[in-house]
Design a protein around this ligand. Sequence first.
Ligand SMILES: Nc1ncnc2c1ncn2[C@@H]1O[C@H](COP(=O)(O)OP(=O)(O)OP(=O)(O)O)[C@@H](O)[C@H]1O
Ligand SMILES: [Mg+2]
Length: 1071
Amino acid sequence: MDEEGPDCGKADFVLLDQVTMEDFMENLKLRFEKGRIYTYIGEVLVSVNPYQELPLYGPEAIAKYQGRELYERPPHLYAVANAAYRAMKRRSRDTCIVISGESGAGKTEASKHIMQYIAAVTNPSQRAEVERVKDVLLKSTCVLEAFGNARTNRNNNSSRFGKYMDINFDFKGDPVGGHIHSYLLEKVGPAAWGPGAGRTFWEVPGSEGAPSAPGLPHPLCPHHPGGSGRGPLRGARAQLPFSPQSRVLKQHVGERNFHAFYQVLRGCEDSQLEDLHLQRNPALYSFTRQGAGLNPLDSDERSHHQAVMEAMRVIGFSPEEVDSVRRILAAILHLGNIEFVEMEEGGLEQGHVAVAEEVLVDHVAELTATPRESVMRCLLSRTVASGGRELIEKGHTAAEASYARDACAKAVYQRLFEWVVNRINCVMEPRGRDPRRDGKDTVIGVLDIYGFEVFPVNSFEQFCINYCNEKLQQLFIQLILKQEQEEYEREGIAWQSVDYFNNATIVDLVERPHRGVLAMLDEACSAAGTITDRIFLQSLDTHHRHHAHYTSRQLCPTDKTMEFGRDFRIKHYAGDVTYSVEGFIDKNRDHLFQDFKRLLYNSSDPTLRAMWPDGQQDITEVTKRPLTAGTLFKNSMVALVENLASKEPFYVRCIKPNEDKVAAKLDEGHCRHQVEYLGLLENVRVRRAGFASRQPYPRFLLRYKMTCEYTWPNHLLGSDRAAASALLEQHGLQGDVAFGHTKLFIRSPQTLVTLEQSRARLIPIIVLLLQKAWRGTLARWRCRRLRAVYTIMRWFRKHKVRAYLAELHRRFQAARQPPLYGRDLVWPTPPAVLQPFQDTCRLLFCRWRARQLVKNIPPSDMAQIKAKVAAMGILQELRQDWGCRRAWARDYLSSATDNPTASGLFAQRLNALREKDGFGTVLFSSHVRKVNRFNKRQDRALLLTDRHLYKLDPGRQYRVMRTVPLALVTGLSVTSGRDQLVVLHARGQDDLVVCLHRSQPPLDNRVGELVGVLAAHCQGEGCALEVRVSDCIPLSQRGARRLVSVEPKPEQPEPDFRCSRGAYTLLWPSR
Ligand SMILES: Nc1ncnc2c1ncn2[C@@H]1O[C@H](COP(=O)(O)OP(=O)(O)OP(=O)(O)O)[C@@H](O)[C@H]1O
Ligand SMILES: [Mg+2]
C-alpha cells in the first residue's frame, strides 16, 4: 500500500476507527474523490464504478501486482485475481471470484479485468494450445455480450444473464480449458402462454382446454383491445396488462433490444441484408423500433459487429454457423412484424384469422429453412391431441396467434443464446487431458451475477434475483465465518462467537420443499386452471403467517404500502422487498406450442435444428411435466452454490456511484443503500469481531520491525514470535493481541493504526537512509566504472603505439636495400597521437634516402644533376616532357655529332669570345630558328655562358649578332607541349623568340635542359629567374605586345614560324 497516503483514506475498511455507516461512507467517498475506486474489507474487494477510464490497468499495472501479496500493493482487482491465482497454484485448490452488485455497478468490467490479468500472467512459454484457450476465453466475452447484453436505463451494456465461468488450469498454472454457465437470460425464461389458450404442450392428452386463470384479465374480455369481438382487426398485438414481456419483444422507454439485432442491421453488408430481406433501419421492425433512436453511432455498431464476427471466427464458429445465426436473428425480426387479421364476415368463416402480410411468412420460412405452409399453419393454429391418438387442428384467434408468434420469437432467441453458450463451451472443453498423466486440473471460477433488485413494483424476476443473492450471502456468511473459525482452531486461539445475522431462515422460506414459496408456486402451477395468483398468495399467507421474514397486507392490515390481495413482502437480509404476485404463476411456467418445436426441429438448417432437439417428440406422446422456471432456477442456484462452496472464495463487491452513469459523482443515498444490502458493514464487523487483522510473524516483523530497537534492522531473539512480542511490548500493545502458532492476531484496529502510524513516522528516515546508501553505492559504481574506463584507455593507447612502432620496424627492415632504399615502402597509419612523429620520420627518411642516392653520384655528374633537379622543380607536371632521361651535354654546338660540319668554326668563335668576355663555362649552346619583329625568320645559334647570352649567325662563322649580359636575363617562357619554343626575356631588351632545332637526333627535347641549366646557374648566383609555362606566350618587342603559340603540323619538314596580324605561330612538325 505504498502509494496510499493518509489523505486517501483507509485502504481497508477494517482499519476504520468505528464501524458506522457514516465512517464507512466518509471513507468510501474520500477514496472515490482521490481516484481510489478499490478498497478492501480484509480480503474482500469493494469496487466503485468510476464511469471513466482510469490509468489503473494494462501491462504495467499487471506487472506491479504479479507475484505480490494482497497487502503489498494498493487495493486492486489484479491483487484479488493474483491472490486467487496464487492460492490455486500454491495449494492446488480450486478458487472462485464472486462479483456482485447492482446493474451498472461494474461487475462485467471487473470480470474482464480479472480475465485479462489471468491471460497476461499465464503461459510464459507461449504454448499454442494454451494461447488458443486464452484467446477463446477473452473473445467469448465479446460474443456473449452481443447476444446477452442490451442497453437498459441503468446500464448501456447491461448483462441480461448471470454468468459463471470456470477456467481450468494445468499443474503449471496455464489455462487449458473452461466452461460457461449462464443463468436466466433476461431474468425470466420463455414467455408463458396466455390464459385460455388451450392445452400446453406438456399437458396430458385428454385434459384439453384448460380454462383461463380467473385472476387474469382474459385477452378476449370486453376491455381488452383484441377482445371487442368485432373485426376485421389489424395489428392485434397482444397487450395483456401482466403478460410477461421479454426484452426480445418489447423494451421499456429508453431501452433497447439485445445488441445482436442492431449489429446485424447496422453492421451487415448491403448484399447480406438483401439476402436476409432486411433493411438497415431498425425503426422498421417491431422488435427494434423502441430502441432505434438510442443507438450508438452507426460506425460503432459496425465496428462492434466486426469485432463480434472476428471473435466468432477466432472461437471457431464455422462460416455456415455464423450465417445461420444471422438468418435466425433476421427471422425473429420478420416474425415480429407479422400481424394477424381477424375476419368477421365476407365469405370467410367467422373468427378466421389471416396473416396481414404474407410475404413476411415467406421470409421467415426461407430464413428458417422450413416449409412455408408449415410456418403458416403454426402461426394460425395449433395441433391438439384430444383423447386417444386423435389429433385436432384448432384455429387461433388473432390474440392467440399474436401470443404464439411472440412466444415463438422469445423461445427462438432463448435457444439461440443457449446454443451460442454451448458452442463456446464445446470449443473450450479441456482437450486430451488425462488426470493420471497430466495431474488434476485446478479451477478458478468467476461469477458475474446480478445483485439485489428493488423496484417500485417487484415481480417474479426480482424474486428470483433476490433469492439468488440470499443464497450467495448465505454462502458468504458460511465461508467467511467457517474460515475464521478454522483459522482460530488451527492457530490455537480461543474462538469467540460473532453476532451476525444469518439469513438461512430467508433462504429456507423461499426454497424449502413443500412449504417454501417456490414449492408452493409450483403447486399452484400444476393445478393451473383453478389456482390464481391471488389464491397462491392466500396460501402463502396461511403457511407463513408466523414467519418472521414474511408478511402481507392480509397479515398486517394497517400497512398501506402493500395492496390487498396482490402484494407480499419478504424481509431480505438486505432490506424489505414487496412483491406483486400478479403474473407469478404464468411466469413460472415454461410453455411453447409443440408445433413450433417440431417445425424448427424439422428445419433443413442443421444449426437451427440442433437448437430444438425436443421438437423430435411425437405430438401424441405423453410427456412429463417440464420443470418450472422457478424450480429450474432454484436447482441451478443450488448447483452453483455447491460448486462455489467447494472452492476457496474471493469476493468483489461492486458499487454503483450514481444513477446518471456519470464520472466523479458519488450519490451518498444511493451508495448507502447498496452498502446496506451488500452487507458490507456487517462484513467489516464480522471481520473485526474476532481480530481485526492477522499476519504471519515474518510478515508482521517485515512491516513493523523499524519501530523497535530489538528488531531493527534484524532481531537476534530466539524466534520471530519472540521478536514480535518484544516489539509489541515496547509499544505497550501486548494486551490487545493473541499469539497463534504461526500468526499474530491483532484484536482492535486501533492497535494496527498505532503501529502503522509509528511506522509512517519512521518511513521517511528509512527512505533517506536507503537513499543515502543507494546514492553512495551508485556513485561508487560510477566512479569505479570511470576508473576502469581510463585504465582501459591508457592500456589501449600504449598497445596502439607499440603495435605501430613494431609494424614500422617490420616494414622498414628492407629500407637499406639498394637501389630503391625503401622507395616503395608504405607507411602504416599511425595513431592520431603519433601523426607529428610520423611526419618528422618521413622527412628524415626522405633525407636519408636522398643522401644514400646522392652519395654514389660522381662529382662530374653533379652539375647535370643539379640542373635536372632545378628543371624538375620548375617543370614537373607543367610540361609533358622536359628531357629528364637524357644525358645533358649542354654545349651542343661544340659536339661533333650534333654539329659535324661547323663544330670547329664554333670552337674558334668560342675561344675568341672567352678571350674577349672572359666567361668561365658554357651553360648551353644550340642552333635555333628565330623570328624578329620584322617577321623575318632566320637560322641562328644560341650560346649561353655564365656571363652572357649570345645570338650568333651560323652562316657567318658564328659571328655575334647580339650580346646580352646574363644578369639582365629575367626569365623565359616555354609551352607545355613537346615543341622546342623558347622566349627569352631580358631587362631593357626585346624578347628573343626562338625554336631549338637541327639537333641530333632531330627534334631532340632540349627546352628542359636550357631551363634547368639556367635555373641552376641563377640559384648558384642567387639571382631570380622567372619561368612561365604557357601555350600562348605574350612577348614584347620595342614596346609592341605580341603572342606566340604553337601549331602542330605533321607535314612540316623543319620547325618554322608564321606571322600574321601581330602574332607568331610556330609550325611544329609533330610526328
Ligand atoms: N473499472 C471501470 N473503469 C471504467 N469504467 C467502468 C469500470 N467499471 C464499469 N465501468 C463503466 O460502467 C459501465 C457498466 O459496467 P458493467 O457493464 O460492468 O456493469 P454490470 O455490473 O455488469 O451491470 P449489469 O448487471 O447491468 O450487467 C461500463 O459499460 C463502463 O462504462
Ligand atoms: Mg454486466
